[in-house]
Design a protein around this ligand. Structure first.
Ligand code: PLP
Length: 375
């Protein structure tokens, strides 16, 4: 990439290697016996940069990964990632040859899909997805006979079975009851399959919150996404360990305008200066993943250790911020959208809270124009 010449010139993501190592360490300490981390690097590793993150995790000794799509799996293989790569989502039959060529493990959501895979005519690795209550992808756990029949299909190499918990973000009585019922359905289905001679090599049900809140449920893998990146989906959720955010989001000041009281700025002239005001134009916009709903003072950035509120409407590639109280701000200076400056920090969780969404959505929408570098 031509941007390698100066990756921090416009808008970029800094990835903190020590933070990722720390998260791997504290999450590994929570693992039940016999369970390994299986990092989830879908959606460009939640915006962090899929191949960068996967290579680093590989170097840290983690050798099984989850992606959402077959093409993400292909990209990992082309980047040199060996080991198991589990495609969590639906893959159209048109991609079946890729599954074989790149040795990807495909999730089987229903028996008919397994038959289609088998009929492709070449060996394909699969994991069976069991629906224990989420009703998103997965086979009805009451149909153990139909599931057991899949073990007789030619060409399917059944590597494991898994399910997904849908209420594991807390240990409230409500969530606990749902989680216990899902775990029980999962175990009893695996037992029923084993009794028919259809034992699966690997079984897993924990994602990040499952590992944090219900490690006793066990399994061969914990499919951790958000927690590995040092965050929770929602800021206020309880967490038994201290996680360190891996990602910072930064941009630069392109220009500073001095407005007189009454002057207006930006699209629709939505910003009106109440007094003499200095506005800095930042080199980042909503096309980079900065939510436009942070416009007009909802969001702020950090410059030289001070807060600068967003002024007027966020544009596609640029954003105005009020730097009246930061006289040293000058073109070329860094602005921190997510991260720490001096004694102040803005987290992805803060941004998510202000825009009524999850950290996962904020992160996974960080765009391809952002350069990503390790620090
Ligand atoms: C995305 C996903 C995960 C990871 O979830 P986190 O909450 O980010 O840890 C695990 N399992 C499945 C099936 C997923 O789709």
């Amino acid at each position: 990439m031509i941007d390698d010449i100066f990756p921090t010139g416009r808008a970029w993501i800094e990835l903190n290697r020590d933070a990722l190592r720390h998260n791997v360490r504290v999450l590994s300490a929570l693992l039940p016996p016999g369970c390994d981390l299986m990092p989830v690097v879908k959606a460009n590793a939640y915006g962090h940069g899929m191949t960068l993150v996967a290579k680093e995790l590989w170097a840290q000794g983690l050798h099984a990964f989850c992606v959402a799509t077959a093409m993400e799996g292909v990209e990992l293989r082309e980047a040199g990632i060996a080991g198991e790569i589990l495609v969590l989502g639906y893959t159209h039959p048109g991609y079946f040859p890729l599954l074989q060529r790149y040795r990807l493990t495909q999730t089987v959501p229903e028996p008919a899909y397994a038959e289609a895979l088998s009929q492709a005519g070449f060996p394909i690795r699969v994991q069976l997805k069991l629906d224990t209550g989420m009703h998103r992808l997965g086979m009805d756990v009451r149909e153990t006979d139909r599931i057991a029949a899949l073990f007789d299909l030619p060409n399917l190499e059944i590597m494991g079975a898994f399910t997904h918990l849908c209420a594991d973000t807390s240990t409230s009585p409500h969530d606990k009851a749902i989680t216990a019922a899902q775990a029980a359905a999962f175990r009893s289905t695996l037992d029923a399959l084993a009794a028919k001679g259809c034992a699966v090599p690997k079984a897993h049900l924990l994602a990040s919150y499952g590992l944090l809140n219900y490690p006793e449920l066990g399994g061969d893998y914990a499919r951790t996404g958000i927690a590995l990146y040092g965050l929770l989906s929602e800021k206020g959720d309880a967490c038994p360990v201290e996680l360190c955010p891996v990602l910072s989001l930064k941009a630069r000041i392109a220009q500073i305008h001095v407005l007189a009281a009454g002057d207006k700025a930006g699209y629709d002239h939505a910003f009106c200066a109440q007094q003499e005001t200095c506005l800095a134009t930042l080199t980042i916009g909503y096309a980079d993943g900065l939510p436009r709903s942070l416009s007009e003072g909802v969001g702020e950035v950090l410059i030289h250790g001070h807060k600068a509120p967003i002024a007027g409407r966020i544009c596609m590639d640029q954003t105005l911020v009020d730097v009246t109280n930061i006289p040293q701000a000058a073109p070329g200076d860094e602005a921190i959208l997510i991260g720490t400056s001096g004694s102040l920090t803005i987290t992805a969780g803060d941004m998510a809270e202000k825009t009524s969404t999850l950290t996962n959505e904020i992160l996974s929408r960080l765009g391809p124009r952002l350069n990503r570098i390790w620090v």
